[in-house]
Design a protein around this ligand. Structure first.
Ligand code: NAD
Length: 261
C-alpha cells in the first residue's frame, strides 16, 4: 500500500483504546506523525509501545486531556501544532456509552456527562482544529457518531442525543468549511468489539456477557461484531486525500444493521 500519510500529521482523541487506537495503528503504518489524546495516560503509553512495534519510524506525541473541558481541547490542539506545525487529519472520536436506562430513570447528571464528552467534546475539537485547518487551506475531519446517532436504539437518552448531535454538527460544519478545502465527515459504527462494547455487554448480561454478545449479534445481517481494524481502515481512507470529496456525509460501518427493517 502507498504511504498515504507521508509528511502528514494526524490528531486522534480517544487514541488509547478501541477505534481510536486502531485508526492510530493504520495511519502510523501509512506514514503519519501522530498526536494521541486520551484521559488515560497509562493506556496512551501502552499504545505508543504497540505503535512502535507496527510502525517503528512513527513520531508519536501523547497528550493527557479531557475532551469535555474546553481549555484541555484548546491545549491539545496547541501542543500538536507546537510540535508538528500543522494538522492534516483529525479523528474526533473520544466518547463513552454511559449507563443504560429508560428515559425517566436515565438521570440528569448522567445525561449531562455523556453529552459533555460525546457532543461538547466533538464541538470543541472542531472549533479549535478548524482554526488551524482554515489557515492551512486543507484538512480532513472524521467525527465518531454511531448507529445510535442515526436510529433509535433505546435505553440510551444521553448517547442518542449526543450521537445525533454529532451527525448534525458534521452536516452543518461540512457545509461551512468545504470552501476552504476541508472535508468533515462522520462514521456511524454498529457494534464493534472494543472495551466499550465489552462493558456494555457486561451491563446487559453480567457474568454471561459472552452469551449476551452472541444474542446481540444474532440480529446483525453478518452475524458478528465488527473489528476495530475494520473501522481503522475506513477512518484512514476518510482522512486521506483519496476521500477529499466526501464531505458532510455520515458513513455507516455496521454489517448492514442500520438498513434492516
Ligand atoms: P473505548 O472505550 O475502547 O475507547 C474510548 C477511549 O476514549 C478510551 O481510551 C477512553 O479513555 C477515552 N475517553 C473517554 N472519555 C474521554 C474524555 N472525556 N476525554 C478524553 N478521552 C476520553 O471505546 P470505543 O469503542 O473505541 O469508542 C470510541 C468511539 O466510538 C466513541 O465515541 C463511541 O461512542 C464510538 N462508537 C463505538 C462503537 C463500538 O461498537 N465500539 C459503536 C458506535 C460508536
Amino acid at each position: 500500500m502507498s504511504n498515504r500519510f507521508d509528511d502528514k500529521v494526524v490528531l486522534i482523541t480517544g487514541g488509547a483504546s478501541g477505534l481510536g487506537q486502531a485508526a492510530a495503528f493504520q495511519v502510523a503504518k501509512e506514514g503519519a506523525k501522530l498526536s494521541l489524546v486520551d484521559l488515560n495516560s497509562d493506556s496512551l503509553e501502552e499504545t505508543k509501545e504497540l505503535i512502535r512495534k507496527e510502525a517503528p519510524e512513527a513520531e508519536v506525541l501523547l497528550i493527557t486531556a479531557d475532551v469535555s473541558k474546553e481549555e484541555d481541547v484548546k491545549n491539545y490542539v496547541k501542543q500538536t501544532t507546537d510540535r508538528f506545525g500543522k494538522i492534516d487529519g483529525f479523528f474526533n472520536n473520544a466518547g463513552i456509552e454511559g449507563k443504560q436506562n429508560p428515559t425517566e430513570d436515565y438521570g440528569s447528571d448522567e445525561f449531562n456527562k455523556v453529552v459533555g464528552i460525546n457532543l461538547n467534546g466533538v464541538f470543541y475539537g472542531m472549533k479549535y482544529v478548524l482554526e488551524v485547518m482554515k489557515k492551512q487551506g486543507s484538512g480532513a475531519i472524521v467525527n465518531t457518531a454511531s448507529v445510535g446517532g442515526i436510529r433509535g436504539v433505546g435505553n440510551q437518552s444521553g448517547y442518542a442525543a449526543s450521537k445525533h448531535g454529532v451527525v448534525g454538527l458534521t452536516r452543518n460544519s461540512g457545509i461551512e468549511y468545504g470552501q476552504y478545502g476541508i472535508s468533515i465527515k462522520a462514521i456511524a459504527p454498529g457494534a464493534i468489539m472494543t472495551p466499550m462494547v465489552e462493558n456494555s455487554l457486561k451491563q446487559m448480561g453480567g457474568d454471561n456477557w459472552e452469551e449476551a454478545g452472541k444474542e446481540f449479534v444474532s440480529v446483525n445481517p453478518m452475524k458478528r461484531f465488527g473489528k476495530p481494524e475494520e473501522v481503522g481502515s475506513l477512518v484512514s481512507f476518510l482522512l486521506s486525500d483519496e476521500a477529499a470529496f466526501i464531505n458532510a456525509a455520515v458513513i455507516p460501518i455496521d454489517g448492514g444493521q442500520s438498513y434492516k427493517y
